[in-house]
Design a protein around this ligand. Structure first.
Ligand code: FDA
Length: 518
């Protein structure tokens, strides 16, 4: 039964927690209330987006489980005492949904549940949700130089949120998403039961691989399938400004990037720069990884994207783990590719405020369309802005759109990530930067997918629609749900209705439950 929260809720919650049957490891310090001296440092440790650092709606209690029973107790005691739950793994949610709520709530912060066990023989690994991508890559590398995992780029991203929303990176064209490479999982459901794949059933196992974990329970760990990588891969980051023919290269990239050999992944990062030669201009960075050696890559590129003028000297041969370090080098500075220990870094990747949005593209964007985009990037009203084009194709086209909740498969040639970052604190700066993303998003409407205009749930964007504070109908939630999940949204709602019928695991963009008539 649900009681309205009262001022003594934290105490009642704590009492309930310690009285939970089967609770173990109660000697460890795992509960933090607002009067605890470590409360703020625990809360702020993985607030990735500083937009949410000083907001007033803070959790009544933070639980940092060291044992599954702590998750079970938190789920049961939160329900008993009218508290909601926000689950946080790496804290990278763009809208802070893992640690912000406008209702009395508890954070389950999985920072201590980060064990990684790599099984080279069977090419699998168990990874707990609180581990970071960099740690996972490093632990695989410790055991094997020819196995990898297709997931995101930034080392500090949390496994828990990342995989439950899809998770893509430079192996996506060869192996698909992180969520496409999961063989088992452990979740604690609304009744406090710990379930593996067999116990949760195929529907729930489907839902948590791309449908966002937060709506269904607390995912404790994932069993992932490791993928073969060659001992030598080749990387490059080649910059071209508009004066250096960037527009023509982009035009060609839009046509070929999704059709190239699936071992090549070339991302385009565009932003304004001040160059000595050309003054204020737009620069495009072509950032790439190729699963093979330079001798094979250069002729391949000369044949398919000669406009880039890729030269041998632009390329570096390294190992797969070296490529993971290289792709993170904007945050580490100029470091050796042979020092993968940097991937174990637990400090946050970026400390600033940001707002981002995503889009999916089916047809190449015209030159006029691109020129309009440059105008937004030139805009001095924002401190920093960047637009990224990430290519699809390869394995992504082989997987059907209903295989997992992540629906954006064949037909999309690339996706777009728009982001603006700022250092200035205060509402005015935040509003100004948020408005920039909204204007660029509106401008791009004719050039991107429509009906629905697709978006990526891991690039969370509350502008595209939110749930009501109370009940939200399926139709209303469809406004944002169809964008993230396309035709998979209804199945997600069906699974949700079965596993969490009273909608305990709820947030601004949680999957709604269905009423009988819906
Ligand atoms: P966080 O802990 O904030 O969780 C995100 C969401 O998942 C929240 O709703 C949370 O409640 C829920 N959740 C988290 N853990 C859960 C669990 N154990 N059980 C149930 N629900 C859980 N994406 C990408 O595909 N490729 C990339 O290269 C990058 N790179 C990147 C860089 C940077 C700097 C940022 C900030 C973000 C990215 N992302 C990304 C996006 C990233 O994949 C996305 O933000 C993930 O949801 C982050 O997962 P965390 O666990 O870190 O987030």
């Amino acid at each position: 039964s649900f009681e309205p929260p009262s001022l003594d809720t934290p105490e009642k919650f704590i009492q309930c927690f310690y009285n939970y049957p089967n609770i173990t490891n109660t000697n460890s310090n795992v509960l933090y209330t607002q009067t605890n001296s470590s409360y703020s440092s625990v809360l702020n440790a993985t607030i990735q987006n500083l937009r949410f650092l000083n907001i007033s709606s803070k959790p009544q209690v933070i639980v940092t489980p060291v044992d599954v029973s702590h998750i079970q107790a938190t789920i049961m005691c939160s329900q008993r005492h009218g508290l909601q739950i926000r689950t946080r793994s790496g804290g990278h949610d763009y809208e802070g949904l893992s640690y912000v709520a406008e209702v009395p709530f508890v954070i389950i912060d999985l920072i201590n549940l980060r064990e990684i066990t790599v099984d080279v023989e069977n090419q699998t690994a168990w990874v707990q949700s609180g581990a970071q991508l960099g740690e996972l890559y490093y632990r695989i590398y410790e055991k094997s130089k020819t196995l990898g995992f297709p997931a995101g780029v930034c080392y500090s991203v949390g496994i828990g949120g990342h995989i439950s929303g899809g998770g893509y990176g430079f192996l996506m064209r060869k192996y698909g998403l992180a969520a496409d490479n999961i063989v088992d999982a452990q979740i604690v459901d609304v009744n406090g039961n710990l379930l593996d794949r067999q116990a949760m059933g195929e529907d729930l196992f489907w839902a948590i691989r791309g449908g966002g974990g937060a709506s269904f329970g607390v995912i404790v760990a994932w069993k992932i399938k490791l993928v073969p990588v060659p001992s030598t891969v080749t990387i490059f980051n080649v910059a071209r400004t508009l004066e250096e023919n960037a527009t023509e290269i982009i035009q060609k990239w839009q046509v070929v990037a999704s059709k190239l050999d699936e071992r090549i992944y070339i991302r385009m990062d565009m932003e304004k720069v001040h160059s000595r030669e050309y003054g204020k201009t737009i620069q495009v960075n072509f950032v790439s990884m190729f699963l093979g050696g330079v001798e094979e890559l250069v002729p391949l590129m000369q044949k398919s994207l000669p406009e880039l003028g890729l030269d041998r000297k632009d390329c570096t041969e390294t190992s797969w783990i070296g490529s993971a370090v290289f792709l993170n080098s904007p945050w580490f500075g100029n470091i050796s590719l042979e020092a993968p220990e940097v991937l174990l870094n637990r400090t946050q990747i970026y400390s600033g405020h940001y707002k981002a949005k995503s889009d999916y593209v089916r047809q190449p964007i015209s030159i006029d369309g691109l020129r309009g985009l440059w105008r937004f990037l030139y805009d001095d009203e924002v401190e920093r802005s960047q637009v990224q084009f990430a290519p699809y194709g390869g394995r992504m086209y082989e997987i059907s759109e209903s295989e997992l909740p992540f629906a954006h498969r064949s037909g999309y040639i690339f996706h777009i990530h728009y982001v603006t970052n700022w250092e200035t604190t205060g509402d005015e700066a935040a509003q100004r930067h948020k408005n920039w993303t909204r204007r660029v998003y509106k401008y791009m409407e004719p050039y991107v997918s429509n009906s629905p205009r697709a978006a990526y749930v891991n690039y969370r964007d509350l502008d595209i629609g939110v749930n009501n504070k109370g009940y939200t109908s399926y139709d209303q939630a469809s406004i944002w749900g169809l964008k993230y999940f396309g035709n998979n949204f209804r199945r997600l709602a069906t699974v949700k209705t079965r596993v969490d019928p009273y909608n305990f695991f709820t947030n601004e963009q949680s999957i709604p439950t269905l009423l009988e008539e819906e």
